[in-house]
Design a protein around this ligand. Structure first.
Ligand code: PLP
Length: 450
């Protein structure tokens, strides 16, 4: 175990960790992170790390933005809690909803608030079922998502996720949710198949799947514009336009999961703009508050909102919502986050930094140990392979990704290993000089790894 401090011992004895090998936790021990500033976090021993992942893809404005802190303090002093059930509201939630509609990638009619990406996606699933009951299509309830997607961990959102560890021994996915192909050309393209042909093949396979299920039973398709936890998978440019043509043909709703891609990450405010999605519903979280407080949102289009409103009028209420939906402190911090995005021109900043970031990734991609480097905007990944020429993956016991991530951590850089893919998703406030340091540290980690 790395650090046997009193805090580490407390953690080991009392804390059941999410997404952690629980059996190994006592041996591995926690990295006890005690503070953060700018793009850095610091551990109990005072070691500083560049947070190359913005925590879990979320702290877009770094770990100490004074305006977010001030907005949170003011909100706590003014109205630390109130709910939004039964026609109650607060100024922050009303203003935040209006601002989100103003920046939405396509016209949206209303915003629903929750606390996490999982809850947002779970809420979207329920809204889709409710919607189809409302419009007199009670059999149109099946939902398609994709292999290697990540949409969260509630029963419905974990079912949407297409990663084996989210299903195995949890008795998931649930019956109405199933998966189609992952649009990763490097791994699933046929020999000699172009990206465009690959995208066409996947769209055709989707159409065949909808026909096999029965078009009047398929309600919606969930997609991250760029898959995050599945390995930062950027689909071919023609993929979403082709997929959407199929969805429209069979009146299948498109849900864009913008939990990672939302708020500047890909070089536009939303990944939907970068990758060409025109969603009917959109979920977002994470950078919405720069991760400072839990908050997520579901935006719904006019036709979905009209049906929800009409049905709730019939029933007497829209029977869904959380104690903390529209929490005034979370909304105040999210609102300030959006104002900072505007005032500090964060999206323009991402565009300016993108060439250096992508060049850094591309350069590491030339190494013999890297099969593919990929990314868009300020998100990217390196896929480690046993053989660059044949794309042969490492045997699982090699733990190539975790080994590289541990070497990077020793150099003062936190990256995320997802199997043999190592991801980078730095705070959007990173400077060019800090970006150079990040790549220099990762390069040293690669020197040791190889
Ligand atoms: N959707 C995507 C694309 C995500 O990356 C995540 C989390 O990483 C989620 C949903 C789930 O969000 P949360 O962990 O806040 O429930």
């Amino acid at each position: 175990m790395s650090d046997t401090t009193a805090l580490a011992r407390q953690d080991i004895a009392a804390h059941l960790h999410p997404f952690t090998n629980l059996a190994a936790h006592a041996d591995v021990g926690p990295l006890m992170v005690t503070r953060g500033d700018g793009i850095y976090v610091e551990d109990e021993q005072g070691r500083r790390y560049i947070e190359g992942m913005s925590g879990l893809w979320c702290s877009a404005l770094g770990f100490s933005h004074p305006r977010l802190v001030a907005a949170g303090v003011k909100a706590l002093q003014t109205l630390p809690y109130y709910h939004t059930f039964n026609h109650r509201s607060n100024p922050a939630v009303a203003e935040l909803a209006e601002r989100l509609l103003a920046v939405a990638p396509v016209p949206m009619a209303r915003v629903f608030f929750a606390n996490s990406g999982s809850e947002a996606n779970d809420s979207a699933v329920k809204m889709i079922w409710y919607y189809h009951n409302a419009i007199g299509q009670p059999n149109k309830k099946k939902i398609l998502a994709r292999q290697r997607a990540y949409h969260g961990v509630t029963v419905a959102s974990a079912s949407l996720s297409g990663l084996p560890t989210n299903h195995r021994d949890f008795d998931l996915p649930i019956d109405r949710i199933s998966h189609v192909d992952c649009p990763h050309h490097y791994r699933y393209g046929l020999p000699g198949e172009s990206e465009a042909d690959f995208a066409t093949r996947l769209a055709e396979a989707l159409e065949q799947r909808i026909l096999a299920e029965g078009p009047d039973t398929v309600a919606a398709f969930f997609a991250e514009p760029v898959m995050g936890a599945g390995g930062v998978i950027v689909p071919p440019q023609t993929y979403f336009p082709k997929v959407q043509a199929v969805l429209r043909k069979y009146d299948v709703l498109l849900v864009a999961d913008e939990v990672i891609c939302g708020f500047g990450r890909t070089g536009n405010m939303f990944g939907s703009t970068t990758l060409g999605l025109q969603p009917d519903l959109l979920t977002c979280a994470k950078a919405l508050s720069s991760g400072y407080v839990p908050i997520s949102a579901v935006m719904v289009s006019q036709r979905v909102h009209e049906a929800l409103a009409a049905n709730s009028g019939k029933i007497g209420t829209f029977g869904h919502g959380y104690t903390y939906s529209g929490h005034p402190v979370a909304c105040a911090i999210a609102l300030e986050t959006l104002k900072v995005f505007e005032d500090e021109r964060i999206v323009e900043r991402v565009r300016a930094l993108t060439p250096a970031f992508q060049a850094g990734l591309h350069q590491l991609g030339q190494r013999a140990s890297v099969g593919e480097s990929r990314g868009v905007g300020l998100i990217g990944a390196l896929e480690l392979v046993a053989d660059k020429a044949t794309r042969q993956p490492h045997a699982p016991e090699v733990k190539a990704g975790p080994r590289l991530a541990a070497l990077a951590q020793a150099e003062g850089l936190i990256v995320r290993a997802m199997g043999d893919t190592v991801a980078l998703c730095p705070p959007l406030i990173i400077s060019e000089a800090e970006l150079a340091t990040l790549f220099q540290r990762l390069g040293t980690a690669f020197d040791r790894y190889e």
